[in-house]
Design a protein around this ligand. Sequence first.
Ligand code: F3S
Length: 415
Amino acid sequence: MYLTDEEKQMLDGTEGYAVQKSMQILVALGESFGAENMVPVASCHLPGASYKLLGEAGLMFVKEMGEKGGRVRVFTTTNPTSCDNSMCRRLAIDKQFAQAQAEVTQAYQRLGIVTCGSCTPYLIGNAPRLGQHAAWGESSAVVYVNAVLGGRTNREGGPSALAAAITGRTPNCGMHLDENRKGSILVHVPEDLCGIEAFGTLGYAVGKIAQTAIPVFDGIRASVSSDELKSLGSALATSGAVASFHVVGITPEAPDLKCALGGKKPETELHYDELMRSETIRHLTLTDRTDDIDWLYVGCPQCSLQEVRYVAELLKGKKVAGGVDFWVCTSTPIKELAIQMGYAQIIEEAGALLVCQTCPAHAPHESICQARHYQSLTTDSAKMAHYAAGEVGIPTHYGTTEAVVRAAITKRWEA
Ligand code: F3S
């Protein structure tokens, strides 16, 4: 693998242990993926910010990098953690666990990392531009960067994203190369497709078929929102390992169908229809019990301000039913804006929780479910429904945001 003189110096230890260790990780990775050289990165996002996922060994590694002189060279943010510090007791988070999480956050801060605890850092300032290289973890954010922003990142793990942040480099392979960014599956979509759940269902159905290929969507209405694209991407990256997609006439690398497909014929062409939609909803709704409503969740990926506002509108003047916990998850800066705009007050007055910094996949959900006696999870997110059934291991109700809010109020599921 070709290295510049500066990169060679990083590798031989001239710039200290943390830089050397990081460059060793990147060279090993680059060589295993056949990268010819490194590229400079403009931004990084670290997936491993939760103590639950990082564990003691991961925490030691991050601490060591800071103690041995590591500092990030580019704007770097962190994914959700294990707890929202302001709600530990309400969310049944153990004190010792919260302390370990605080150590993770401090260790990252020592490296110069912005510990935003968000899976949507692109909504709060970390947003690589068209053509810029980046090193991001968190599958939903990776697909957003590649598809919606036109930045270039592979699906990084924690160590490789941290190594990229410390050296300012990443191996030039995979999604960094033009030839790997073209679509090969053409999906025709009805123009009236609308809403977070509708785009999540589409993404989940197509991700299963695409796996690592890049789908091209044709027919999506011009007014599609960035929240709908966020939902589409996160679901694609859940049922498959999709790292990007194109929407003809909308996403930056797909001004027309020819560009999106790189001038080639699609390998697969399909029409997204009612059968695909209903089968996907059935797959993600893993219970027919309408009375098991106790844990409701919107904000996977974490809510934008528009999404928080919409939930506030739906909840205005209403009350969440007794025995129901309704989490509305977002990032801390968006919560601050929601407070300023009065949305947070409406949500809290209704009895729902505006939760930051965490989500059920990153929090210690076993102890939370036990302490709060949760029997099911009800959500408008295809990704969260998938993880609730698989990782959290509880039955799910999956439907529109309106249906979730209705269930929070009536304690019954009517999709
Ligand atoms: Fe974000 Fe957690 Fe969903 S990290 S994408 S809210 S599983």
